[in-house]
Write a protein that binds this ligand. Structure first.
Ligand code: SAM
Length: 190
């Protein structure tokens, strides 16, 4: 997952293709029945910390949660945004997500089903960063929220420096730690 994370972000050669996509879906379809066992108060606290201290959600309308898994954090987003679109590439993950707090979609973070510059926030919680798609959908003033629940030990991990380095637009924001987790919240400024 480390290598694939860096490939998708453009930090290692290779990129995202059908072969990698099939491999990733296979891994997460298999993990889906047990994924709820990874939920914990400590992990939820990392996401809450990023949302509470990272930015002001008032006036924010549409958030896209990429790699939402079984929807563990979708409710937290629904408390702060009018419309939450939670998508995942794995059917086994998506069908286990609750239908209430967000619009669940089976979709690829590399091809987001939303219009250009229409999104107030893109949320990536232990999920792959596709810089081109984030750039396409996030309007100026919009926010990228990046969370690694287990900090540097998270399989899908990038440092804040890495995240900033692959975004082709300027940002301002903050990073922090909460328990074992790390997060950064970056606002697009141009
Ligand atoms: C490590 S899990 C994180 C799930 C959830 N965000 C959490 O923290 O519990 C990564 C999720 O990303 C999904 N995923 C992988 N590649 C994806 C892609 N290209 N587009 C959307 N989701 C993807 C996987 O199916 C998996 O559910």
């Amino acid at each position: 997952m480390r290598v694939i994370t860096r490939r998708i972000a453009g930090l290692a050669p290779g990129g995202w293709d059908a072969e990698v996509s099939n491999e990733v879906v296979g891994v997460f379809d298999e993990l889906a029945p047990e994924w709820h066992s990874r939920t914990s108060a400590q992990r939820t606290a990392v996401v809450e910390d990023a949302l509470n201290r990272g930015f002001d959600a008032s006036g924010r309308h549409l958030v896209v949660e990429v790699g939402a898994g079984i929807g563990t954090y979708s409710g937290l987003l629904a408390e702060r945004f009018n419309v939450v679109v939670s998508l995942d590439l794995s059917m086994e993950m998506t069908r286990r997500a609750p239908s209430g707090p967000s619009h669940r979609l089976l979709a690829d973070g590399g091809l987001l089903p939303v219009r250009d510059r229409s999104v107030d926030a893109v949320v990536l919680i232990n999920a792959f960063l596709f810089p081109n798609e984030v750039t396409r959908v996030l309007h100026v003033g919009g926010t990228l929220i990046w969370v690694n629940s287990s900090g540097e030990e998270t399989p899908i991990h990038l440092s804040t420096k890495d995240v900033v380095s692959v975004l082709p637009f300027p940002v301002e924001g903050r990073e922090s730690r909460a328990g074992a987790g790390t997060w950064c919240v970056l606002r697009r400024t141009a």
